[in-house]
Design a protein around this ligand. Sequence first.
Ligand code: FES
Length: 134
Amino acid sequence: MARTGMPRRWAFVCLNRRDEGHPRGSCAARGAGAVFEALREETGRQGLTDVKVVAAGCLEACMVGPVVYVAPDDVWYGGVTVEDVPALVAEHLDGGRPLEPLRIGAEEFALSPLAGRSDLPPGVIPPATPPGAA
Ligand code: FES
C-alpha cells in the first residue's frame, strides 16, 4: 500500500503512568507500553502505512486501561492486551470493523473515583489514602 499524506486511521494509546497506589491507577502500570509496541509492530507487519499508532497521555478511562482511542471512527477500547493486537489491527485499523468485545463507553468513564467529584477543583487529584486513614 502506498503511503498517502493523510492517515486513514489513528490509534491513540494512553501511556500515562501514575504513582503506585493512585486511586485511578494508570494504563502504563497495566501494560500499555507493550500494547503500544505491539500495535506499532503489527501495523508495520500488515503493511498499514496509512495507519498511525500514537502515544497519548491520559484519556480519562483509567479504570479500564490500557485505553486505545481510534479516530476518526470515534471508537474507544479498554483492557487491551498484546494478545488483542492482531485482531484489532486486522479487523478495525485495517478493516474498519470495531472489535465489539473490547469497546468501552460512558459507563467505563464513570468508574473513576473522581467522577462526579464536584468538591474538587479541576486538576486536583485526591490522595490515594485519605488523610488520617493510615
Ligand atoms: S491513565 Fe490511561 S486513560 Fe487515564
